[in-house]
Design a protein around this ligand. Structure first.
Ligand code: ATP
Ligand code: MG
Length: 229
């Protein structure tokens, strides 16, 4: 039986000005999928990601993630939802530069109230698995872009999220680091992690997505199983 992680039903998003950012969009994402969201600038990709993360609310429709109605949460519940169910990776890493690598990774676990020993064990495993254990005591400013993005991925995974969201995770990386991060995301998905990533990087979609959708004017214009691996 497949488990639904994301259930978006008939979602529209209108702002005061301009055409709607999303129009009657429905989307189901099953556990274990790696979904790449493509589409031209302004097509609604970040808006869609923000709906899934509970960072913005639809004007109409419902958003359910891992059994939680995300579109009706108040601010506190929404923050708790992100902390416990979602890991996020951004183009520019968003690490805290005055915390060590290890403390950056531990932070979401501390915010969730995970016992320190358990959090340290999980963080250690992640840093090991991502090949950056030797940098645990370093500050992010000393790391390369690719290494920083690995730290960001470790931080995103420390609370074992049902869903990993990524917005242009290779957008700020050189070719070699981009390839590393692509491989990393593909490996995570092969181990069962459900992923939704927004990208202009066709190589990223090709190498790690099991499914690709393309947004045009806030609607799904294409929806393909890509089964990259
Ligand atoms: N806060 C806002 N207020 C008004 N309009 C907005 C707001 N946020 C987004 N929009 C509009 O919604 C549409 C979709 O924007 P969105 O950021 O989702 O596009 P995108 O596909 O992520 O583009 P890009 O590839 O450039 O990041 C755009 O027309 C944008 O101008
Ligand atoms: Mg965007």
């Amino acid at each position: 039986m497949t488990t639904t992680v994301i259930d978006i039903h008939d979602v529209s998003k209108r702002y005061d000005e301009g055409p709607p950012a999303l129009t009657g969009l429905s989307l189901d994402v099953a556990e274990g999928e790696a979904l790449a969201v493509l589409g031209p600038s302004g097509s609604g990709k970040s808006t869609l990601l923000n709906m899934i993360a509970g960072l913005d609310r639809p004007t109409e429709g419902t958003v359910t993630v891992a059994g939680t109605r995300v579109d009706v949460l108040d601010e506190t519940a929404s923050a708790r939802y992100r902390r416990s169910r979602i890991g996020m990776v951004f183009q520019f890493f968003n690490l805290l530069n005055d915390l060590t690598v290890l403390d950056n990774v531990l932070l979401p676990a501390q915010l969730l109230g995970t016992p320190r020993a358990e959090a340290r064990q999980r963080a250690g495993q992640l840093l090991d698995g991502l090949g950056i254990a030797r940098h645990a005591g370093a500050y992010p400013g000393r790391l390369s872009g690719g290494e920083r993005q690995r730290v960001a991925v470790a931080r995103a995974l420390v609370n074992r999220p049902a869903l990993l969201l990524a917005d242009e995770p290779t957008g700020a990386l050189d070719t070699a680091s981009g390839a590393d991060v692509r491989r990393l995301l593909a490996d995570l998905n092969a181990d069962g992690q459900t992923i939704v990533l927004v990208t202009h990087d066709l190589a990223l979609a090709a190498s790690c997505a099991t499914r690709t959708i393309e947004l045009v004017d806030g609607r799904i214009a294409r929806d393909e199983r890509t089964a990259a691996r």
